[in-house]
Design a protein around this ligand. Structure first.
Ligand SMILES: [Zn+2]
Ligand SMILES: [Zn+2]
Length: 248
């Protein structure tokens, strides 16, 4: 249980919108809300051993900004530092251009990749998913591990994160036109069961709600409220069986 004292200490200050930067602000608030990340930033910052200046190095600039967000209550100071962080983002990540509205999820992935260039941060953000498919004809199960740092889940038919996660990790039946080609049977399986589980969770888990869907060749934004708990228990989605197997 997190005490209210700790919660208020974690609460980041507001960030001014400096011209279509709301998507950057949202990502910075999400990063600054992670106590594990802030602990890493304060205890083993990359900037200690970096030869570049924080104006040029995006990771240095991020560390500096997150440290400020977690300690300062001064909007003026945040405003000032935000300007230099923005310049650093636009210079280092050409996908994001000054003044234009971009995608928060894409920025989050780019920033996580930036963090992951530093080994200490890599373990913080890196998890593994295990995808397994069982051919019902021969009974053989194939397993494949893949790395992930952001879990993207559908919310079109979900009013809560709980429902969305259960749907995401639900078993799927493959047959007919969607049949699985079994390497043991050397032919399409008449029925196969596919399931995805978390093999090893990252220390910091990011969940991305897919608010954009494509219907009749058009992109539509889902604006409905998605309920989420303050504490999320993901143990039901962790593959206890696959933990007994060596990584493939
Ligand atoms: Zn640096
Ligand atoms: Zn088979």
């Amino acid at each position: 249980m997190i005490s209210s004292q700790v919660l208020s200490a974690l609460k980041p200050v507001g960030i001014p919108n400096l011209g279509n930067t709301c998507y950057i602000n949202a990502v910075m608030q999400a990063l600054a809300s992670s106590s594990a990340l802030l602990t890493h930033v304060s205890q083993m910052p990359h900037s200690k051993n970096c030869s570049q200046s924080s104006e040029k190095c995006l990771l240095c600039s991020l560390e500096q900004f997150l440290a400020l967000l977690s300690t300062s209550n001064s909007l003026e100071e945040v405003n000032f530092r935000m300007k230099s962080l923005l310049e650093c983002i636009y210079t280092n990540l050409p996908l994001f251009t000054k003044g234009s509205q971009e995608d928060a999820h894409e920025l989050l992935i780019s920033l996580i990749n930036t963090f992951r260039t530093e080994p200490a941060y890599n373990s913080l953000f890196l998890g593994q998913l295990c995808c397994q498919i069982r051919c019902q004809d021969c009974g053989i199960t194939s397993r494949k591990l893949e790395s992930f740092s952001v879990l993207s889940v559908d919310i079109q038919h979900a009013g809560s994160l709980h429902t969305s996660l259960h749907t995401h990790f639900h078993e799927e039946y493959l047959y007919g036109t969607n049949a699985y080609f079994c390497s043991q049977c050397k032919q399409p399986s008449s029925l196969a069961v596919k399931s995805v589980h978390i093999h090893s969770p990252p220390e910091v888990l990011f969940i991305h709600l897919k608010r954009f869907v494509y219907e009749e060749r058009q992109s539509k934004k889902l604006t409905h409220y998605v309920d989420y708990p303050r504490q999320l228990d993901v143990s039901a989605f962790i593959d206890k069986v696959s933990l007994a197997f060596d990584p493939l």
